[in-house]
Design a protein around this ligand. Sequence first.
Ligand SMILES: C[S@@+](CC[C@H](N)C(=O)[O-])C[C@H]1O[C@@H](n2cnc3c(N)ncnc32)[C@H](O)[C@@H]1O
Length: 225
Amino acid sequence: MHEKNLHDTWVDAGPICGAPDGEYSKPFSYLMYYEDEFKSLRDAPLTIVEIGVFRGQFLETLGRYFPNASILGIDSQPERATFQGKNIALAYGEQGDREGLDAVFRTHVPQRADIIIDDASHVGELTKSCYDVAIQWLKPGGRYYIEDWGTGYWQDWPDGASIQAPMFEGKTPSGFASRLISHSAGMIGVIKELVDHVGAAESLDTPTIASMSVIPGVVRLLKAG
Ligand SMILES: C[S@@+](CC[C@H](N)C(=O)[O-])C[C@H]1O[C@@H](n2cnc3c(N)ncnc32)[C@H](O)[C@@H]1O
């Protein structure tokens, strides 16, 4: 029986990582979502990778919440992270550097990961590049989470834009519109493209994604077993 849920574990981790009192770098709704996702796995000897760790608050949270897991944090500025968990390791890695990221996984998680969480740049091009590498290091049946994908709706984000109205384009010989063009700025294009990995897996030269769940702020992909 575990004493604390994910939210309370997160709150406890705050002071260890130097998080300003009451500052929530992760929305409450995400913590509730992850609680539902993770509670049945708490005692399992999982390998978990978090890409984008900042102060290390979620890293420390994961280390406490999963006492039998091995946790790896990857960040382009790892020196900012503080944690106490003996089951946590930290490595330098840049999302857009395919070879470097691949080497980090090969060195630290040769057994491959059960869970990968991308909470790093939230920039489409970098997120996609990171996904292409990291998904290879996820076990069949493993879970890949992408956080804060809604940045693609933000006009002031480096690759975001205000949402565009969807528009039908072209005509098929049978007289139907041939395609629906919809918002695809930054992260939104990446998330929508991942639907192809579920629906057209057999035609793509990529690892098969068995299912995809999309909620505000968090996307979860289940790698086919
Ligand atoms: C939102 S913060 C992570 C917060 C952390 N997951 C938590 O919940 O406590 C984003 C982190 O991603 C890192 N980051 C941003 N762009 C990156 C990139 N291209 N490659 C690797 N890390 C990156 C930043 O240095 C920062 O520490």
